[in-house]
Write a protein that binds this ligand. Structure first.
Ligand SMILES: C[S@@+](CC[C@H](N)C(=O)[O-])C[C@H]1O[C@@H](n2cnc3c(N)ncnc32)[C@H](O)[C@@H]1O
Length: 410
């Protein structure tokens, strides 16, 4: 009894964190820790203002679908979660402009038409809700202690999709707070506050800066996809023009779009329509409108892009291979990748960077990586700085990440 109390208080003025306790005097509360689970109100919590949430209205439906026995949560762009007794919940929509709690006919139709693509059973709408939720740029929840005030923690950004993960991440945060267990990278508050912290975080080999639980352990190597992003984030700023030469499922495109902001421009290429659709969906869900998608081979990139981009592009990312989760026979090829990389380099501005991540585990991968290496080796050394990160240092096997930086204008 008394474990649950409902009260309002002003987080910015009334929360007093100290080394042993956090106090909220107006409520007569003194506690060893406080976890803020504030939903959209968390976007104005001054203690966690470094976590950049964007508000988005979402609508969800409760449906009766007689005869559907699915016990799992299905996620195909839209999600469908079983509630028991033929009842299911499905969602969600993303509206970044109208931020109210009113369910709309358009929202309901959007969810139903998405569902009808994956389900042929009749369904009845028995509930319809709308709310505004905070969304972090990589769409995952955000959890962890405040880096300077370890008695305060945040658990937010769940949205409707994230709420499906709430039991998993709730347990993870509880184990972190009570025993120093690690937090997954995608949701770690510390990694999400600033890009620059990524470099420091991994260089220091810390996963638990506040508890120090893992200090002294060997740092885990950063995956090459993230190393490429890190190198790009060191060079690219708001308003820049950048290119994703292999849009795929849109992770890098989204990353670039966030980096350059509304005043910047992203051009993303892919030869597969499904990849461009996946990318477009990811961008729409994140409210990003600064990307132009090109259904073209990247070997043609300098032919189709406006000529005035030559010498003005701050970053170009190639992530070669096949579309994860897609048709593995549609794959980047040594010849077109080589041509694309060669032509793209001419677009880079002074100080601009191109990253090329080449995988070698599939047919043709090794010769593609070798071809990129030999094309780059022929670049004039006074014009481009080339660095290679090998997954197995000293051996030209396994994935390789090439960094190409323009040192001198033509
Ligand atoms: C490894 S995936 C890219 C992953 C992506 N960067 C991401 O963040 O999700 C490689 C993509 O390259 C595309 N691709 C293959 N050949 C291509 C070409 N010649 N030009 C442009 N894209 C190509 C494939 O369709 C696939 O979607």
């Amino acid at each position: 009894a008394g474990a649950y109390r409902a009260h309002d208080f002003d987080v910015s003025r009334e929360t007093e964190p100290g080394p042993e306790y956090v106090e909220i005097r107006s409520l007569g509360v003194r506690t060893r820790g406080i976890v803020f689970c504030q939903g959209i109100a968390g976007t104005t919590n001054p203690w966690f203002e470094d976590v950049q949430f964007k508000p988005a209205k979402g609508e969800i439906l409760t449906l009766r679908i007689p005869g559907l026995t699915e016990q799992r949560v299905i996620h195909r762009g839209i999600w469908l979660a079983p509630l028991g007794d033929d009842l299911f919940q499905a969602g969600a929509t993303y509206d970044w402009k109208v931020l109210d709690n009113r369910p709309t006919d358009a929202g309901r139709e959007e969810i139903l038409s998405q569902l009808q693509k994956i389900l042929r059973l009749p369904m009845e709408v028995v509930g319809h809700h709308a709310a505004v939720r905070p969304i972090h740029r990589n769409q995952y929840p955000v959890l962890g202690r405040h880096p300077q005030q370890p008695r305060m923690a945040c658990f937010n950004g769940l949205g409707s999709k994230g709420a499906l993960h709430a039991p998993y991440f709730g347990r993870q945060l509880a184990e972190h707070l009570t025993g120093g267990a690690p937090i997954d990278r995608q949701v770690d508050l510390v990694l999400k506050t600033r890009w620059s912290s990524i470099a420091g975080h991994f260089a220091a080999g810390q996963n638990q800066p506040s508890s120090g639980a893992s200090s002294g352990k060997r740092p885990r190597a950063l995956p090459l996809t993230q190393r490429a992003q890190l190198a790009v984030s060191e060079v690219v700023g708001r308003g820049d023009i950048v290119i994703d030469a292999t849009a795929g499922n849109g992770h890098d495109t989204q990353f670039l779009a966030e980096l350059v902001g509304d005043d910047g421009q992203v051009h993303a290429f892919d030869i597969q329509e499904v990849a461009l659709e996946n990318t477009a969906r990811r961008l729409a869900e994140s409210g990003l409108a600064n990307v132009r998608l090109w259904h073209h081979d990247h070997a043609e990139l300098s032919d189709v892009l406006p000529s005035e981009l030559t010498g003005r592009v701050a970053a170009i990312m190639f992530n070669l291979g096949y579309l994860p989760g897609g048709d593995k026979s549609v794959i980047t090829r040594a010849e077109s990748s080589g041509e694309g990389v060669f032509k793209a380099a001419a677009l880079l501005k002074l100080g601009g960077i191109m990253t090329v991540l080449a995988y070698t585990g599939h047919d043709g991968g090794q010769s593609e990586a070798d071809r990129i290496a030999s094309i780059l080796a022929a670049f004039p050394a006074d014009e481009f700085e080339i660095k290679t990160v090998e997954s197995q240092p000293g051996r030209s096997v396994g994935p390789r990440l090439f960094h190409v930086k323009r040192l001198k204008a033509r």
